[in-house]
Write a protein that binds this ligand. Sequence first.
Ligand SMILES: [Zn+2]
Ligand SMILES: [Zn+2]
Length: 73
Amino acid sequence: MALPSHCQRCQQPQSAERLAYRKGAEFVRHEALLQCDLCERFACSDCLAIHDIVSGYDFLCHECARTFEAPPP
Ligand SMILES: [Zn+2]
Ligand SMILES: [Zn+2]
């Protein structure tokens, strides 16, 4: 199965800057779009967040990441 060339969330084509994923203060670069661990859509760095939830990296789109954030007070 070929990897998608466009972000499945915002539909933008992948490009070098959209493949630099922010992980805290660092950037993690990938050759291709990363897949959300929950909804399994491939997403660009604008739409995908990297979290240390269990161990190592977890890739979650911003929608799914919200379910792991503390609810607002
Ligand atoms: Zn996107
Ligand atoms: Zn998701």
